[in-house]
Write a protein that binds this ligand. Structure first.
Ligand code: ATP
Length: 240
């Protein structure tokens, strides 16, 4: 069973085709990177994958279950960070992470331990007893990532997770994603940082103007050059 299977997904915003018959599979145990220019459709695809947006056409299966039929047992095994990280501003960082664990179905007896583990993993100890509403942008991002990870999800969907992170945060996240994949989690991550993608991804899919235009080898010699060649060829093909 795959962590995520998207088939033939299309979606328009008014007259703009944001997704055009997109297929994407994220296997358990792999880090699958989604790369593309601004406006290519990465966030829209992730939103469709998480049932935050109902596409005009196509199907989405999460952990082997069609999203329309997915219940709490499925969504409790999914972690995500899309858009601005959510946190209750009046709760402390540790309380927020406890709440995120409980909302994802972690038992009351285990939620404190789970929150403590992600506080340590994201190096949030200095801010753990601070109210989330007072945090810096980068630390809010760390809390968002900790919330996505606190319940050991089997599918992790992260939209540009290195946004606002400092270099030590980028390294921490890299290690956490690799460890999650080693433990069997299916990881889908969008990014503009091709050097970072090359370090962590098992597979790289390129989305351009709403279409999936191909895959790149993350271990290839010049990912950036290969990426530009692929999107320019897609543009040429579209003009023909
Ligand atoms: N709610 C919306 N209403 C109208 N158009 C939208 C909406 N959301 C996205 N779009 C449009 O759909 C297209 C794809 O947007 P999307 O946010 O998926 O791109 P992206 O690849 O995530 O871009 P970025 O790298 O800039 O985050 C863009 O042209 C965008 O303007």
């Amino acid at each position: 069973m795959s962590g995520l299977a998207v088939a033939g997904v299309s979606h328009r915003f008014g007259d703009l085709p944001a997704l055009r018959a997109v297929d994407l599979v994220v296997e358990e145990g792999e880090v699958h990177a989604l790369i593309g220019f601004n406006g290519a459709g990465k966030s829209t695809l992730m939103r469709a994958a998480l049932d935050m947006l109902k596409p005009d056409a196509g199907t989405v299966e999460v952990l082997g279950v069609e999203v329309a039929r997915a219940g709490p047992e499925v969504w409790g095994a999914v972690g995500h960070l899309i858009d601005t990280p959510f946190a209750y501003p009046e709760l402390t960082v540790r309380e927020n992470l406890w709440a995120a664990a409980r909302l994802h179905g972690v038992d009351a007896g285990e939620a404190h331990g789970a929150a403590d583990r992600v506080v340590a993993a994201l190096e949030l100890e200095p801010w753990a007893e601070r109210r989330a509403g007072t945090l810096s942008l980068g630390n809010r991002q760390r809390v968002g990532l900790a919330s996505a990870l606190v319940h050991d999800p089997r599918l992790l969907v992260l939209d540009e997770p290195t946004n606002a992170l400092d270099p030590s945060g980028v390294v921490l996240l890299r290690e956490l994603l690799l460890a999650a994949a080693r433990a069997g989690t299916a990881v889908l991550v969008s990014s503009h940082h091709l050097d970072e993608v090359a370090r962590i991804a098992d597979r790289v899919s390129v989305i351009h103007a709403g279409s999936m235009v191909g895959e790149l080898d993350p271990r290839g010699s010049d990912l950036e050059r290969a990426f530009f060649a692929m999107v320019h060829e897609a543009d040429r093909a579209a003009r023909r």
